[in-house]
Every structure is written in C-alpha cells, then in structure tokens.
Ligand binder design. Structure first.
Ligand SMILES: *Cc1c(COP(=O)(O)O)cnc(C)c1O
Length: 496
C-alpha cells in the first residue's frame, strides 16, 4: 500500500511518517501534522455496517498509519478496546425520541478522551521501537479536565514513558480533580497551575518550543511528546466512531444507505468535530457538523463572522472541558480551507499569537460551510438536561447538554430535520452536581458521592466504578505552580 506521509500545517516539516508524527506530537515549527492527503475508505458503508467497532477501527487506521504492520495495528486495537470498556459495542448509540446519542463514555475514565487515549500509548510504544528511540518519552499534557485523567490512565506504568499533566486549579470539576490527583503509577505526575486551561495549553506549547530546554531534556535522556488532541495519534482514533456511528445506524435500519446525517458535537479544542469532518472527507455521508460551544463561544463567532478573536473574558461554566478560547485543532481546518497553504496558515497563527485574533477570507469561509456554529448558555444547557430527563428519562452530562441545546435551536431555526447524531462526550456522573441541579433545581447537597447516589436513584443507571473507586482513593499528587514556572516544574519532576 502507498505510504502516507505527514507535514506541518506551517510548512516547516514534511515527509514525516505516521509513527514519527505520533512520537513528535507537534511539529518543530509549532504547526500540527496533517496527512498529505485525506485517504478514502476502501469499503462501502454497507460492508462496514457488518463489522464490529474493532474491525472498523482497523479499516480506518490502516489508511492513516501506513508504516504500522497489520499485526502491530491489530494488536494495538485489541489491547485498547478490551474490557476497559463496559460494553462490547465500545460506542453504543442510544435513540432518544428523534435523536441518536453516540455514547463515548464507556471507557475507564468515563469521558470520550478514552476513545483515543486507550490506544495512543500503544501507538507510542510501537512507534518508539520502529524509530529506535533510546530516550524516555515524556508525555506533556495540558488538560481542561478529561484528557488529563484519560492520558494518565493510558500511560500509567507504560515502560519507557513518563507522563506529566497540568490542569487549571479551579477550572475542573471536583470529580475530575479527584480522578487526577489519585492517579497511581510510578511514572505519573500531576500539577495544578494557577491559571486557566488556555494558560496551561500555552505553557505546554512554550516548553515544546524552547530549544534550550530541549537540549537539557536530551542530555537527561528524555524526549517530549504530547497526548493532547494536537497529536495525530489522537485524532485518527476519533475518526473511527463517526464511521462506526453511520455503519451502526445503517445496520439497524435507522437510515437508508447513502442517507446523509448531521452530527452535533460539544466542542472545545476542536479535535472531536475535526475527526467528524475527516470522516466526511473519507466518504461517510455526513451533511452538517454542528459545532456546539458553551458561553466561551469563540468558535460560534468565528463560523458566523470569519473572525477568530480570543480577546474576551474567559468564562468558567458547568461544561469545563469546553472552557477554551484557543481551539488548537482549528488550525487544521484553516490549513485545509486555504488549500493546504502552509504560508497562509502560518501567517494567521502568527496573528493569533501576536494580536489574539485573525480573519479568514470569504473563499475560506465558503470552504467551511459544512460547519454550523452554535452555542448554549448555562440556562439552555440545564434546560436541555432537564427536558430529556423529564420527558424521556434519559440523563446526559453538561457537555452533551450543550450539543443537545444547540441541535434543538438549529432545528427550530432552520427546519432541517435531518437525522442527527449527538455526540455524548461524558458520563453524567463526572458532573453529578450540575446535572442533578439541572434536573431538580438548586441543591444544598455538597457531598459529591451522596449526589452521585441521588443521581443513580433517579436515573436508574448505576454509579460507574470509575466514580466509586475515588471514594477511598489515596491522594497522591498535590503539586501546584504558577504559569511561568511550568518549565521549572517539569525540570524538577524529571530531575534535570
Ligand atoms: C474534551 C471534551 C470536549 C471537547 O472536545 P474537543 O475535542 O476538545 O473539542 C467535550 N466534552 C467533554 C466531556 C470533553 O472531555
């Protein structure tokens, strides 16, 4: 088969193999790796509809990871999508009234990040061998709450790796924080920063781009990589569930062969929805991609005006994993929309870094018309959660609530009643307090575990093991630091 290579969206690197792109995480010029072309599915949707999740995963991944052998890829898939998931379907679709909820929270940290982060460490291990890496790989990750835990769980005690996670001290839910600070594993470290997610993400990108520090790492026997969604090793596994969702709806007779569907995606860093767009480019009949934001509606403004402007107040919401003003993966869409012009992309990203904003051309905007921006306020989010519970007995989390609300608004405003997959990104138990209050109104209950039990009582869905095990788990990570000391913190953890 033809070998697919990867290049930086900013033009500084090209001809990179998939395994190298996964190891590096981010290109040395600060750009993101993109395949030189988007491969086409070589099976029909009808054929795919007879396959399991794991089989579809292989059919998608083999097109991107062309320097992995069939056996390597199949082993990675087998080890990733095993009993860590509480259902063999891996990503079950639940039909509720006229919508289809694609539940991506059945992995061991109960958020959709598990879909990619259960396999990324496997990719990384294979890639390290392939490229004869003799250094310890240090995974450096900024998290808005869910990536951190999923990456920690995925990399814990994986030989040849260390993982360091930075999260915003007051920017994640109580359960998310507990999940991270109780993480076991001799190679794990978790640091709370005094700042928000964007500060954490910018800080991590800075460390990657610091040649001085890179030299120190090299001398210390370390090499950096990223588990954030800027890594193609995270993006590609996310394409799988869009292909699977379509195939599954087809298998169940919910749609006709070739019938177009819409997808609604609660969005933060733009990784998940971008994977949906790639699925569309690969041949999945997707019409519109509804990009759902919370009050940090920078993407909504971008899709409606063509201007990306992060100069605004950062709002803390009850969907913290979407509290983001710099959506890193948008760079990949920008790149595709200007005809893969790396110079143009680099210029826009420079504007973003220097002025905090940039404007795309009318032509580029036209090429992005598959995307519809929408946003939901806190009140609309709560209303969507409340409505689904009261009328259908179905409980969704606060992020999925944003997508459900955006979908409803879109349908009401446009009359477009195309069948829609709402991407359900987290278990409601990760955000029990907000979910319970959306359903029952303000509550005096403070104890998160008592709240979870109340949620269990009304939803009849058992409290997941991932929550129960936190109750008596030992707190192992208490480090905190200021934003400007992140690099020093890494140095200290690694002893360099
Ligand atoms: C990360 C996350 C999102 C946002 O996904 P992106 O790929 O960053 O756009 C939405 N919901 C939940 C629960 C998440 O953890």
């Amino acid at each position: 088969m033809k070998k697919l290579t990867y290049q930086s969206t900013r033009g500084g690197e090209s001809g990179i193999t998939a395994s190298q792109a996964i190891l590096k995480g981010i290109a040395s010029d600060g750009g993101l790796f993109m395949p030189e072309e988007i491969p086409q599915l070589d099976m029909t949707m009808e054929e795919l509809s007879r396959l399991s999740y794991k089989e579809i995963a292989y059919e998608v991944m083999k097109l991107y990871l062309t320097d992995f052998t069939k056996k390597e890829l199949k082993d990675c898939i087998e080890q990733a999508y095993d009993s860590k998931f509480d259902t063999e379907q891996i990503a079950p679709i639940v039909k509720v009234a006229t919508a289809y909820f694609l539940e991506l929270f059945h992995g061991n940290t109960i958020a959709f990040k598990d879909m990619a982060l259960s396999i990324l460490p496997r990719f990384m291990t294979v890639a390290a061998k392939k490229n004869k890496v003799d250094k310890e790989i240090v995974i450096l990750t900024a998290t808005s709450g869910d990536t951190g835990k999923a990456a920690l769980a995925g990399f814990a005690d994986v030989p040849g790796t260390r993982i360091i996670v930075f999260y915003p001290k007051n920017g994640v839910s109580h359960m998310q924080e507990l999940q991270m600070v109780t993480q076991k594993g001799g190679n794990t470290a978790v640091v709370a920063i005094h700042g928000n997610f964007d500060d954490a993400q910018t800080g991590v990108k800075k460390i990657f781009g610091d040649p001085e520090f890179g030299k120190r790492l090299d001398e210390g026997g370390f090499q950096l990589s990223s588990a954030n969604s800027i890594n193609v090793g995270r993006l590609i596994p996310q394409v799988v569930y869009y292909v699977y969702a379509y195939a599954d709806l087809l298998a169940r007779g919910e749609i006709e062969n070739g019938e177009k569907i819409n997808v609604a995606v609660p969005t933060g860093n733009f990784g998940n929805i971008l994977a949906g767009y790639l699925a569309k480019q690969m041949g999945v009949p997707i019409n519109k991609l509804l990009c759902a934001s919370n009050d940090n509606k920078v993407l909504y403004d971008f899709f409606t005006t063509g201007i990306y402007d992060k100069n605004r107040e950062f709002v803390l919401t009850m969907s913290p994993s979407m509290d983001i003003l710099v959506s890193s993966n948008l760079e990949r869409l920008i790149y595709l929309s200007c005809g893969c012009d790396a110079k143009k992309t680099a210029k826009l990203m420079k504007d973003l870094a220097e002025k905090g904003s940039y404007k795309v051309t009318k032509e580029m905007q036209k090429r992005m018309k598959d995307f519809v921006g929408g946003y939901a306020t806190e009140e609309e989010d709560a209303k969507a959660i409340h409505f689904l519970y009261k009328n259908r007995g179905y409980v969704i989390d606060t992020h999925t609530g944003v997508a459900a609300a955006v979908w409803k608004n879109y349908r009401d405003n446009t009359g477009d009643d195309t069948k829609t997959v709402i991407v359900s990104t987290a278990s409601p138990y990760k955000f029990s307090k907000s979910v319970l209050e959306a359903i029952q109104g303000p509550s005096m209950m403070e104890d998160e575990f008592a709240i979870a039990e109340e949620l269990q009582r009304i939803s009849m869905v058992p409290v997941p093991a991932a929550i129960q095990e936190l109750k008596n788990a030992e707190i192992r990570h208490t480090a905190e630091c200021d934003v400007e000391d992140m690099e020093a913190a890494v140095g200290k953890i690694l002893g360099i």
